[in-house]
Design a protein around this ligand. Structure first.
Ligand SMILES: [Zn+2]
Length: 107
């Protein structure tokens, strides 16, 4: 895991607790300096999910027995797309975690 600036340092985000979060390295690399994306369903600009201010379950759900993440809202959809949260490697890893009984998380 890496410490991610929710509002990237390059865009003026501060290195303070309210702007920091843990992200896995591949997600952090995909996020880069993004703070928003284009909702493919409506065509408007939507901010990425903010793990400090929003609740994961309001925007995402585990589907396919926990192997994939479904974006439930525009914020969820654009975050799943921007961070490629269902990329093949992580889906394969989740498949193993599901078989081992470690996934999906209960909360
Ligand atoms: Zn990740």
């Amino acid at each position: 895991m890496e410490i991610d600036h929710i509002i990237p340092h390059a865009l003026g985000g501060l290195t303070e607790e309210d702007n920091l979060w843990l992200a896995c390295s591949p997600c952090n690399e995909r996020k880069g300096i993004s703070i928003a994306g284009l909702d493919p369903l409506r065509g408007n600009i939507i901010p990425l999910f903010n793990p400090r201010r929003q609740i994961w379950q309001d925007h995402f759900a585990w589907v396919d027995d926990g192997r994939r993440i479904l974006g439930l809202t525009p914020i969820g959809r654009i975050t799943v797309t921007a961070l490629q949260m269902n990329r093949p490697l992580i889906v394969r890893a989740r498949t193993i975690w599901v078989l081992a009984g470690w996934h999906p998380p209960k909360d």
